[in-house]
Design a protein around this ligand. Structure first.
Ligand SMILES: [Zn+2]
Length: 425
């Protein structure tokens, strides 16, 4: 086996132990495997070998063309996977941030025409080319923070042409830079202003025009809906997600974020791949998610950024056997961050995950939430070579040393795509 690249002498090479995923009460979050003085060998786009440096060096052929990275004193993990982002927006909302800092609530701002509806107005004014130019550079920040794959939702268009434009931009961004984008159609993110008095008219437009076009043009793998009091009801979620499923789009759902509701149960009923937020779920909801095999994607940075205090009951989920995943919820209103390590710190502090659980939740379990567990999320031969060399002595620092950029080198599909430049002294 000819290695094209080898990372060697790492203080730690760390990976989730499981290579694939099962809903299991005994091994829900699993364990990490840690190789001290570890190495990862890569051939083309794939991982060839992982283990102690001497063992890996004995397993592969190294030639003068093999790129070698000395990771002495550093830690290597799988590339992080962000399974819930809203990166297709035009213009930011720092004015709302300031209003919230001064005491207005998000709901007040939304009622006054801010929030998602404000992003919808901006996105509709942008051409495809303008939107592409805005979204493309955002991927650099994900890479700088160690994220190599994201799920990317539409949802700021809310009309057939603007939702299609958003999904086409996701497709083009995916082709033009290293981060992999997994597309989700979120036409049911809000009710657009022009349908304020005719919500069934908008839902008809989703069912009859948007979903068939998205499916026809293979623009999304998943269909999501914001199921919450004042947005979409559980019955509407059932209707839209069932129709999407018939067209080959797997359901996802924003559920139980701001109050208890029926969203988590609908996720189980329609066989969603994941249910997201879940800050207000009951024991019964957790049981239903387990039985139906739905991955819970938790977004503590959204709770933090909205200055709320009610975090998802992650420990109860883990004890029930659910494979908890974490995400940033990257969006311009309620969680403006690309940093998965920040989500890990919040998960440790507020959800009481251990640093090991937080790493599994941002790699393998996150990959499972977007149907990529067979390809990414752990380090083993045959999986894609998505790797991060972190400037830290052990994996616990990822959550422990918070709010700073620790990623030093990022490898995507076997190629170095980001390298931090050294201090100029
Ligand atoms: Zn979201």
């Amino acid at each position: 086996m000819q290695a094209t690249l080898i990372i060697e002498n790492a203080n730690q090479v760390v990976t989730p132990k499981r290579s694939s995923f099962e809903f299991s009460r005994t091994e829900s979050m699993g364990e990490l495997v840690i190789y001290e003085n570890g190495a990862v060998a890569v051939g083309g786009e794939e991982i060839l070998a992982v283990g102690p440096t001497q063992t890996v060096l004995a397993q592969v052929e190294i030639s003068s063309t093999t790129q070698r990275i000395d990771a002495r004193g550093k830690t290597v993990t799988p590339g992080l996977v962000d399974p819930h982002t809203h990166p297709v927006f035009f213009g930011t909302r720092e004015n709302e941030f300031e209003m919230r800092v001064l005491g207005r609530s998000y709901q007040e701002i939304a009622r006054a025409g801010g929030g998602i509806r404000s992003s919808v107005r901006s996105l509709r004014q942008a051409s495809h080319a303008e939107l592409l130019a805005a979204v493309l550079p955002r991927m650099q920040t994900f890479l700088e923070n160690g994220t190599t794959t994201i799920e990317a939702k539409s949802g700021y268009g809310l009309s057939p042409e603007d939702e299609i434009k958003s999904l086409e931009v996701i497709r083009e961004v995916n082709q033009r830079q290293p981060v992999d984008l997994v597309p989700t159609f979120l036409g049911a993110h809000e009710i657009p202003d022009e349908f304020r008095n005719d919500r069934s008219g908008y839902i008809r437009q989703i069912l009859e025009i948007m979903l068939p076009r998205v499916a026809d043009q293979h623009l999304a793998e998943f269909c999501d809906i914001f199921c919450e009091e004042g947005v979409y009801s559980p019955e509407e979620a059932r209707l839209i997600l069932t129709a999407a499923k018939k067209l080959g789009l797997r359901p996802k759902i924003h559920a139980n974020q701001l109050a208890p509701g029926g969203g988590a149960k609908i996720a189980s009923e329609v066989g969603a791949i994941s249910a997201e937020h879940l800050d207000y779920v009951s024991t019964e909801d957790i049981q239903a998610l387990f039985t139906a095999g739905v991955v819970p994607v938790l977004l503590p940075s959204a709770v933090f950024y909205l200055n709320l205090t009610h975090f998802a009951p992650a420990r109860a989920m883990i004890e029930a056997g659910l494979p908890v995943a974490l995400s940033t919820d990257y969006n311009p209103g309620t969680s403006f961050t690309e940093s998965m390590p920040m989500a890990m710190t919040l998960a440790c502090i507020q959800l009481h995950l251990t640093p090991a659980e937080a790493l599994i939740a941002t790699t393998l379990n996150a990959a499972m939430a977007i149907n990529r567990g067979h390809l990414i999320g752990s380090l083993e031969s045959g999986k894609l070579a998505d790797l991060v060399v972190w400037n830290m002595p052990n994996y616990r620092h990822l959550a422990y040393h918070f709010g700073v950029g620790l990623a030093e080198t990022v490898i995507k599909r076997g190629k170095m795509v980001y390298k931090k430049s050294p201090l100029l002294i």
